[in-house]
Design a protein around this ligand. Structure first.
Ligand code: ATP
Ligand code: MG
Length: 563
């Protein structure tokens, strides 16, 4: 439920959620003076809506308290990381409307210092080089109910450990043949404290440090220390790190770090009918289930942008989420309604026909076109109007005609009269079919006295339909999207890949759109095609080969179909 956004304590600090309450407390007690947060992505994939929650939280909190928010790449695993992801992440954070403090930072900027701190742990008998294999380490670790067993290498001397660790750095050993472990407590109730691995050998080039290193710190050994180096006051992360907090604190207590940050955990964002896990999104991309990280069906920031979703809509969606410790699934409908609300206010209206049916107005002069004045937004005169050409031959939507309509069908049928939006009343006089019985054309008449959409005799029609004149239409390919997954929580039962919605994209060729659509370039704000939804130009769209993405329909049709 959206919470009141005006909750403030007597000092003016927001009491919106437990994190802000904690910050208020820390400022009041003096344990924090400047609020510094960070968004710490690992550059091994594109950002998704879950990251957007973390981004909005970290940047907004810093802004609210007059502090700063850093962008820090958690680049400690070169095997999966790539400069491509570093670039995409920066682009996405900026597009969402946030500015990080100073230059982007990298955990790898601190590799030398982290190495020294690892040596410090060795010298103080708090770390050792272990020769056990990864499997052996797992076996020795024990379980939640069984304490772990100490490694036979646990009691090497500091001198020996320093020498071995130095040799690891110098490339004397194969991947996996040795690790550096913190020496904490193999019987701890918290498995993360059972001598966690803090350095591993990876003969792998790093996007930033190249081949300088062949040993890399683990996430746990880098994260808190980097927070400390950056003087982060509140290190915000998701709940799965709660069990790592004692380890985070252990490193801060046992190393000569410059500041003492604290970690706070909040629940992840989950959204229905999609997946928000980099591992799964990576699989969708690499195994070709989607066209790439920016496929418009993907819940990635790049995908949403390509689909025409404005960043403001994402921010207002995120702003309605509660920051708490309880896990749940947010309905995709909530995101959709934020998108519709935004686009309804901001987008220009145009007319277009997705599944065209030709009509000929028999009593309209041949070779004549007239200009109809059509408002660009029905509720906003300040958006102005444009002239749309009207003529004897028009396209209307196939769905707007029924040969044998039920009583409540207020659109066109034989002998029925409807209004063409901002034009005339027309009546269907004859239905033309091809030899297989398909309707290929309608013959209609119009009432010249109804120009602009009203009859002087006050006669009413029950329906208004959109149209495009044949002479002034441009062709476009239109791509319609729906949920990527059929079930609300993909993979809750069985393999999530089996939940993929095979018809999540429908491609319509030869759609007919009013000519001004050629103003719509890749990256332009989405427009509304009246009665059909909001559309943007896809990145591959060209002036003579228009490709439109439907950002979203005007109403939620999914709920209806799947009831
Ligand atoms: P994933 O869970 O998709 O694999 P990750 O945690 O591996 O993501 P990171 O790049 O490490 O991805 O995440 C950067 C930050 O974003 C972390 O602080 C992480 O807690 C946060 N984050 C990741 N997923 C979500 C989510 N679904 N909701 C909120 N925050 C998230
Ligand atoms: Mg992570």
């Amino acid at each position: 439920m959206p919470q009141s956004r005006n909750d403030h304590n007597s000092e003016g600090g927001s009491t919106r959620d437990f994190i802000r309450e904690q910050i208020n407390k820390d400022l009041a007690s003096g344990s924090a003076t400047k609020i510094v947060t960070r968004f710490p992505p690992e550059p091994n994939g594109f950002l998704h809506l879950g990251h957007a929650k973390s981004i909005c939280l970290n940047f907004t909190i810093a802004a609210e308290y007059g502090g700063q928010c850093n962008l820090r790449f958690d680049d400690t695993n070169p095997v999966k990381e790539d400069q491509l992801f570093i670039n995409a992440i920066q682009e996405d954070v900026e597009w969402l409307g946030f500015a990080w403090s100073g230059e982007p930072r990298y955990a790898s900027d601190n590799f030398e210092l982290l190495y020294e701190w690892a040596c410090h742990l060795i010298r103080t008998d708090k770390a050792y080089v272990d020769d056990l294999t990864a499997d052996e380490i797992r076996d020795y670790r024990g379980t939640l109910t069984v304490p772990g067993t100490e490694s036979p290498y646990r009691n090497r001397s500091a001198e020996e450990n320093l020498e071995l660790f130095n040799q690891m750095r110098d490339g004397h050993y194969e991947n996996g043949s040795k690790v550096l472990r913190a020496k904490i407590d193999m019987a701890s109730g918290n498995i993360n404290l059972r001598d966690p691995v803090i350095y591993r050998i990876l003969h792998s080039s790093h996007p930033r440090t190249g081949d300088k290193w062949c040993i890399y710190p683990t996430y746990d050994f880098a994260h808190g220390q980097t927070d400390s180096i950056e003087f982060i006051s509140h290190s915000l992360c998701t709940l799965e790190f709660s069990d790592h907090r004692p380890l985070y604190d252990w490193f801060i207590e046992n190393l000569p770090v410059p500041s003492t940050p604290h970690q706070y955990e909040f629940s992840k964002l989950n959204i229905s009918h999609t997946v928000l896990s980099k591992r799964r999104l990576t699989q969708l991309v690499t195994e070709g289930f989607v066209a790439g990280w920016d496929d418009p069906r993907m819940p990635t920031i790049a995908g949403l942008r390509r689909r025409g979703v404005p960043s403001d809509a994402i921010r207002s969606f995120i702003n309605e989420l509660s920051i708490s410790k309880s896990e749940g699934i947010v309905e995709q409908a909530m995101l959709d309604s934020a998108i519709r609300e935004n686009l309804n206010e901001t987008s220009l209206r145009k007319m277009g026909v997705l599944k065209p049916l030709k009509i000929i107005i028999e009593n309209y002069p041949e070779n004549h076109l007239e200009k109809m004045e059509v408002p660009n937004h029905p509720g906003k005169p300040q958006f102005g109007s444009r002239q749309v050409l009207f003529g004897r031959e028009l396209w209307i939507e196939q769905d707007d005609f029924m040969e044998d309509p039920p009583r409540k069908f207020f659109r066109l049928g034989p002998g029925r009269e409807v209004r063409l939006r901002c034009a005339y009343f027309i009546t269907c006089e004859e239905v033309i079919k091809n030899s297989s019985g398909d309707i290929v054309e309608l013959r209609c008449t119009y009432d010249p006295d109804t120009r602009g959409g009203n009859a002087p005799d006050g006669r009413k029609v029950r329906g208004t339909i959109h149209w495009v004149s044949v002479d002034a239409a441009v062709d476009a390919e239109v791509r319609l999207y729906s949920h990527l997954f059929n079930s609300e929580a993909p993979g809750q039962e069985g393999n999530y890949l089996e939940d993929i919605n095979k018809s999540s994209m429908e491609i319509l060729k030869d759609c007919k759109i009013e000519k001004s659509i050629t103003d719509l370039k890749p990256g332009s704000p989405a427009v509304q095609l009246e009665r059909l939804g909001y559309f943007c130009a896809d990145i591959c769209s060209k002036e003579n080969n228009l490709v439109l993405n439907r950002t979203i329909s005007l109403r939620d049709s999914w709920a209806k179909i799947n009831q």
